[in-house]
Design a protein around this ligand. Structure first.
Ligand code: FMN
Length: 265
């Protein structure tokens, strides 16, 4: 390679690279939709995003005949109580989290519960049993667990250490400095590996990924409540910052939900 070519190559390499999807007509509608609804440093990335008008919280059908639902004998089962007790927890005590508690929450969130033929089925439903959602854990104060970033390995119910260290400040900053995040003994980060779903459902698979993240998050919420723990679904985060922390590309795999987990104060 001549020095001129080398110089040109160096200049090209240092040019700012466009974010994935920008000015790229080959990106699918699902990929574009995900990109334009991502948060960057200056808020929503999509320039054409519009806010809706305020609409009433409850829908009424004037004049419609209504049948009152009588409160039949209330189910006093534990599930009923747990669901009623569930609240978002935003302030955590300094108490450490037992590894067995974290394990219970992860397994209830998205662990294998049974098999169907050759398929291993999980605690949360998944379109086509394709399971596009992964869970990462930032462990900060978890008994017998080194501080670091872990990946929940569903296949053998284990936590794989991706990198050791204290990432609480990073996740706090990546969640737009929300005091809710970064002060809990553990933080769960759900990501969607979109391709696992779009291979069967094309771009509709994006929708399924968001739906499935919600199903897993609710499992986590309910199990946390049952154990006396607290959590909250955090949807406001800087997409690129969280992807960077997890070392995922933010396009084929991207964060969908963040859930700090710990003992409520
Ligand atoms: C999609 C979604 C995104 C949310 N994002 C945040 C968030 O970024 N920060 C936060 O403190 N709470 C967040 N929440 C929690 C809601 O504020 C909370 O669920 C709501 O106020 C109802 O309160 P409850 O969960 O205690 O019933 C989010 C909830 C959902 C479902």
């Amino acid at each position: 390679m001549s020095w001129q070519m080398l110089l040109l190559w160096l200049v090209i390499m240092t040019l700012p690279k466009p974010a994935p999807c920008e000015d790229d007509d080959t990106v699918s509608i699902g990929g574009r939709f995900h990109h334009e609804t991502s948060f960057g440093d200056d808020g929503l990335k999509g320039e054409n995003a519009v806010f809706g008008e305020r609409v009433p919280l409850y829908k009424e059908y004037e004049g419609a005949k209504k049948t009152k639902l009588s409160l039949i004998a209330r189910d006093k089962s534990r599930t009923d109580e747990i669901i009623e007790r569930r609240r978002s927890t935003r302030v955590f005590s300094g108490q450490t989290l037992g590894l067995d508690y974290l394990a219970r929450v992860l397994l209830s969130g998205n662990g294998v519960t049974h098999s169907k033929g050759a398929y291993e089925m999980r605690s949360a439903p998944s379109a086509g049993a394709l399971y596009p959602i992964d869970i990462y854990v930032i462990a900060y104060r978890v008994d017998s667990l080194e501080k670091g970033l872990y990946h929940f390995q569903v296949q053998d119910s284990s936590l794989a250490l991706i990198k050791a260290g204290d990432f609480n400040e990073d996740i706090y900053r990546a969640c737009n400095n929300q005091k809710t995040v970064g002060f809990s003994p553990a933080t769960l980060i759900l990501t969607a590996r979109f391709d696992r779903s779009t291979i069967k459902y094309a771009d509709r698979g994006y929708r399924y990924c968001y739906m499935e993240s919600g199903a897993i998050a609710e499992n986590v919420h309910i199990q946390a409540e049952a154990l006396g723990l607290g959590t909250v679904i955090v949807g406001a985060f800087n997409d690129d910052a969280v992807s960077g922390l997890l070392d995922v590309d933010g396009v084929s795999e991207a964060p969908t939900i963040i859930m700090p987990l710990g003992w409520p104060r």
